[in-house]
Design a protein around this ligand. Structure first.
Ligand code: HEM
Length: 494
């Protein structure tokens, strides 16, 4: 028995040393944590603890604007300086995703030798074509945003009204924004009303996927970082990412079977028009077409729902914690919009509202980090050599809290984005939607939802702290940081 133990131990030691000298040490010239402290499966992620944002700020202060901190078993470099981030993210060499380094992603997403299909985890020509198609579709749908989001916002306000009646006004809205944001996306991509069956399917599937990806238990972590864990979990009948993926794909295949090509139609109908014109090598051609359609739609549903609903939770929390800001926000709506439904045209005249939304996105931890990128060739950032095959993250939080850009960065003050004429000044350094070639492709819809939902909520309700409580701006760690559980005292305004 002891002999077996010694053999296994020596085997593990030999493979770690081999991995260290042949692979991980290639990144040891960078500031940050070295390969000797990069653990199997989790890399340096244990260094982030339960407060990743504060830990990343501390690493930035200690090591500078470019540092190494391995995410999972693979080397990763983190960028913190605005100029270096924006310069790097404009370049092709930083525009790929490391899907193959994360076996869980590979198993849960359709892929082949060129990488994943669709958009979020895709790279190269296929990613560029699919991204362009979605971007054009969203731009051409923007005239419908007022109606779709306005409708869902008033439905949401009715639900909040019923909720506060039944709970004497003290209510938690955490989790209450997923359904309206899912419904907006579904209506935007299908052009159809949302049937109840679809609404509940969307909610269940999306909630499950995020629960697995973000609030990772050890079994979920193993499924993401190893190739054997997901099939093993499936074989044992445990919750697994393969089934989650199959649920999404089966549902989308059903929807596609009912769809015919139409150049003026919805996302799927226009996609099928592209398929009819496609030539070999195109991502709309042959078998790849179906895989790209499914993965692009899955990209939209996953990237576009939890982001907006998490933002709305933060919005309500900020309104609850900062009543003076809420009051000014409401006064401006009252003066400029009155009691009618807001439209996107109102944005040009609601300067304080715009400034508040921008300040929340700067101040709160929601998207202080982004999805990882991957270098496709040797390159440089800030004078440091970055080898081909490096995962690259940018820590937007370092830019948002840079004292040279934002005076007293920890202070929440929407007025910092209002000029001497009382007008809103957009600041390009608030890279909340990302920057460069991978910048959020759904930004046009995301911003429309932020505006119309936030205005509708404050127009209808006053949010205050429940008696004897002062909710705090705490967060739940994840890629998309959610606000901690909190309640507000919600009073109808009319
Ligand atoms: C509050 C709202 C949103 C925020 C803050 C947000 C933010 C982001 C960020 C930071 C990225 C990654 C950028 C990078 O990798 O460098 C991203 C990517 C993406 N977002 Fe959004 N997003 C939002 C809403 C949406 C919506 C509504 C959609 C869908 C219509 C969407 C679709 C996507 C897609 C498909 C990508 C991947 C782009 C690519 O890899 O090329 N997002 N988003």
């Amino acid at each position: 028995m002891i002999q077996l133990f010694v053999i296994v131990f020596l085997g593990l030691l030999a493979s770690s040393l081999w991995r260290h000298f042949r692979y991980l040490s290639k990144w040891d010239h960078l500031p940050g944590h070295s390969s000797w402290t990069s653990l199997p499966l989790i890399g340096h992620m244990y260094r982030l603890g339960t407060t990743p944002i504060e830990s990343l700020h501390a690493l930035n202060r200690r090591f500078g604007d470019v540092f190494r901190l391995d995410s999972g078993p693979w080397p990763a470099v983190w960028l913190c300086d605005y100029d270096q981030i924006t310069e790097a993210m404009k370049k092709d060499v930083f525009s790929a995703r490391p899907h193959h380094l994360i076996p869980g992603i590979q198993q849960s997403w359709e892929n082949d030798k060129d990488g994943c299909f669709g958009i979020v985890f895709a790279s190269g020509k296929r990613w560029a074509e699919q991204r362009k198609f979605l971007s054009q579709y969203l731009a051409s749908s923007k005239d419908s945003f007022d109606d779709i989001i306005g409708d869902e916002a008033s439905r949401l306000c009715n639900q909040v009204s019923s909720l506060i009646e039944s709970k004497s006004g003290v209510v938690s809205l955490i989790g209450k924004f997923s359904e309206p944001t899912n419904r907006v996306l579904w209506r935007t991509v299908t052009g159809k009303p949302v049937e109840d069956k679809i609404a509940s399917w969307l909610n269940d599937v999306i909630r499950d996927v995020f629960r697995m990806a973000e609030r990772a238990k050890i079994s979920h972590l193993l499924q993401m970082t190893t190739s054997f864990a997901a099939p093993t979990a499936k074989a044992l009948g445990l919750e697994n990412i393969i089934d989650k993926k199959n649920n999404i794909l089966d549902f989308l295949a059903d929807e596609k079977a009912r769809t015919l090509p139409d150049p003026e139609g919805n996302f799927m109908e226009r996609f099928m028009v592209e398929a009819g014109k496609a030539v070999p090598g195109s991502s709309f051609y042959g078998e790849d077409c179906q895989k790209n359609l499914e993965s692009s739609l899955a990209s939209v549903l996953l990237a576009g729902t939890d982001t907006v609903s998490a933002f709305l939770e933060w919005f309500v929390l900020y309104m609850t914690v900062f009543p003076d800001v809420q009051e000014k926000f409401f006064r401006e709506i009252e003066t400029v919009i009155g009691s009618r439904s807001a439209t996107l045209k109102d944005r040009a005249c609601t300067h304080y509202v715009e400034a508040t939304l921008q300040e929340i996105t700067r101040h709160c931890p929601h998207l202080a980090l982004t999805v990882q990128h991957y270098t496709t060739a040797d390159t440089k950032v800030g004078g440091y050599f970055i080898p081909k095959g490096t995962q690259v993250y940018y820590f937007s939080g370092a830019v948002f809290y840079n004292k040279d850009f934002f005076k007293d960065p920890a202070t929440f003050r929407p007025e910092r984005f209002i000029d001497t004429k009382g007008e809103f000044v957009s600041d390009e350094r608030v890279i909340y939607f990302g920057t460069g070639k991978r910048r959020c492709v759904g930004e046009i819809l995301g911003r429309a939802e932020q505006y119309l939902f936030s205005v509708a909520l404050v127009q209808a309700f006053k949010f205050g702290a429940p008696e004897g409580q002062r909710p705090e701006l705490g967060y739940i760690p994840g890629l998309n940081m959610h606000a901690n559980q909190f309640s507000s005292k919600i009073t109808p305004r009319f």
